[in-house]
Design a protein around this ligand. Structure first.
Ligand SMILES: Cc1cc2nc3c(=O)[nH]c(=O)nc-3n(C[C@H](O)[C@H](O)[C@H](O)COP(=O)(O)OP(=O)(O)OC[C@H]3O[C@@H](n4cnc5c(N)ncnc54)[C@H](O)[C@@H]3O)c2cc1C
Length: 259
């Protein structure tokens, strides 16, 4: 149950509110508006001007309250990432759901989180004390200057206020298989390639978080890396054997489409 609603106008005010027990950030509210037993106070982030989507040099910078649909409509976002965003949620939810809320709640089925993992995105996050977001543990990891790499974020899931994220505008490709064209993927592959040859492959569609299958100086070994990352990935949606085979095909499709 939501017992109080706050809409701070400054970051200092927001952080002060979020440091009180039981207070949590409110993004688009698509998850938080669901009925719940727990008593929470919500701190609406919408007046903090965190909704920009810009390209700066070779980087794309996203504010935490930018909506998923805003990303799709921005010229700063590549078509392959837009494809993944369309799979994340239907239009009405994309119009409200935010970048921060999606990251805070994503599991392994999130196509957007899979893309961010392949892109080695950097998350801007302000740590909050235990209790402020309803947890008893504080996990901050190796946070430097309020930044954390997405790979570490997805493992640690630290308690904090996500204020934004950035990723490089490298060559990028995304492929997926799902039951219907707009359903969440049973398996998806995202591949980034830097001019140096560095190649990073992430797989999604199962588990608690997307999986980093490969991060190499050269693209060799994509096929076995994709297969290995899906071993044991059986759930109610698909079997591991199917995912192993399909991941290898999708990863190679990604690679070939970068050529
Ligand atoms: C009917 C319905 C269907 C849905 N279907 C799907 C679906 O198909 N796929 C899917 O992935 N999701 C689905 N969702 C979930 C939801 O749409 C997404 O997860 C959404 O992107 C969440 O973003 P939000 O901004 O609305 O988060 P909110 O509801 O505002 O918040 C969700 C959580 O994230 C935290 N949070 C929000 N912003 C931040 C921040 N900046 N920093 C730290 N923590 C933050 C909140 O405290 C809260 O714990 C569905 C939700 C509903 C209601």
């Amino acid at each position: 149950m939501i017992t109080a609603y706050h809409r701070p106008r400054t970051m200092n005010e927001a952080l002060k509110l979020l440091r009180t027990p039981g207070a949590i950030p409110l993004g688009g509210g698509t998850m938080l508006s669901r009925p719940r037993e727990e008593r929470i106070e919500v701190v609406d982030l919408q007046s903090l001007a965190l909704n920009s989507v810009v390209r700066k040099g070779n980087d794309v910078l996203l504010g935490a309250t930018s909506t998923l649909q805003q990303l799709i409509e921005s010229d700063a976002i590549r078509e392959a990432i837009r494809t993944a965003l369309r799979l994340e949620a239907p239009l009405n939810l994309r119009n409200s759901g935010t970048v921060g809320g999606t990251l805070a709640t994503c599991d392994g089925r999130s196509p957007f989180a899979t893309c961010l993992l392949a892109l080695d995105a950097t998350i801007q996050i302000i740590p909050l004390p235990p209790g402020g977001t309803g947890s008893s543990k504080s996990r901050t990891g190796r946070m430097e200057k309020g930044q954390m790499k997405i790979g570490e974020y997805l493992i640690l899931r630290p308690h904090g206020l996500i204020t934004g994220l950035s990723f490089p505008s490298t060559k990028f490709s995304f492929e997926y298989v799902s039951r219907t064209p707009s359903d969440k993927p049973l398996i998806c592959a995202a591949l980034s390639r830097w001019n140096s040859g560095r190649t990073r492959l992430a797989l999604g569609g199962f588990g608690k978080s997307p999986v980093l299958a490969m991060d190499g100086a050269e693209p060799d070994g994509i096929d076995p890396a994709a297969r290995n990352a899906c071993r044991g990935a059986t759930d109610e949606w698909a079997g591991a054997e199917y995912r192993v085979q399909t991941a290898a095909i999708l990863a190679m499709r990604c690679f070939n489409s970068l050529q």
